[in-house]
Design a protein around this ligand. Sequence first.
Ligand SMILES: *Cc1c(COP(=O)(O)O)cnc(C)c1O
Length: 410
Amino acid sequence: MATINANFLKLKAGYLFPEIARRVRAYSEANPAQASRIIRCGIGDVTEPLPAAAVEAMHAGVEELGRRETFRGYGPEQGYEFLRQAIVEHQFEGLGISADEVFISDGSKCDTGNILDIFGQGNIIAITDPVYPVYVDTNVMAGNTGDADAKGTYAGLLYLPCHPANGFVAAVPNEHADLIYLCFPNNPTGAVASRAQLEAWVAYAREHDAILLFDAAYEAFIQDPTIPHSIFEIEGAHECAIEFRSFSKNGGFTGVRCGYVIIPKSVTGSDGMGGRVPLGQLWSRRHSTKFNGASYPVQKAAAAIFSEAGKAQVAALIQHYMGNAKLLREACTAAGLSVFGGVDAPYVWVGCPAGLSSWDMFDKMLSEAQVVITPGSGFGSAGEGFFRISAFNSRSNVEEVCRRLLALLG
Ligand SMILES: *Cc1c(COP(=O)(O)O)cnc(C)c1O
């Protein structure tokens, strides 16, 4: 008899995005005349084509693989030196990170989930609420939680509520935690953490011998020069933090797949017997056992993001999406809603009109304006009463969404 990992049975059946897809499908079938009007601002996926520098480099990589003289088979599991070196030079200059502390992967969703492989049972895990659902669900699968209640809150996790009063940036808790997930700029709220707030988290982690799992997938969208892009800009983080980065949102690689993890050699965990083990050593072992490296043409394309042309093209993409965010912010404000995020992040986080729940607002926007938004409650119970609008769209779609929002609520 093959038994299953019963932890999977604790997962809430309706994962957010399948439920959104189900409601959109049902609406389209019931209202075929309106279906073609639907504009999707729901899922956090990029819309603009890849930067030309990445396309050229990927082509060149494929050509190399097609010729005997330049063919390559398996690459290094940790990623090619050329890419790890480019990352260190262009993203972590002066921050004391070396190329052997960079681990290339096929994306951050996988990395933020897989990282649990190297941690033991019984850790106290702190998660902000609302939150990127991957952090929660992977802890459920790993057996780090009890059951969920009706609101989807799991027993055994330490939730850190984020709301307007704390600017959607959780303060350090009074309780102890061993692993803390932080995501800045934040998905879904678009909030960013100041240097002082990150310093408080690093101090907390050092005091509690905890590890910060810092997801910086949206760092490229930061506009405010005082906001840190990396946790390693904070003194002491090299002893207590792991950082996740991705080419998905800056380079538009959501369909190409490339990300990386930074684990400084000085970050260690307890072996439970008084010894300390470098986490990078464990991740390296895990990576080379369960992963065979990201594709060569993809790594070539990722490195091209750091060429002069690539940087200019990425800057133009960011400018495009942040221009969308500005328009969405202005439209929501003009419609009388309370608006957060969208300044240093491609997500605008909006309070629902009085009396409407997140899903009420979702249904209203879908049926009356044919605009798909993301209900805040899908990111955690503290997200109830809010919705997220993604700035990942064409300019013309965003302008139309703004018009419809104003017509509906203005
Ligand atoms: C999009 C996103 C990522 C990146 O995921 P990939 O697997 O690299 O595409 C990571 N974290 C958050 C919070 C995200 O929204």
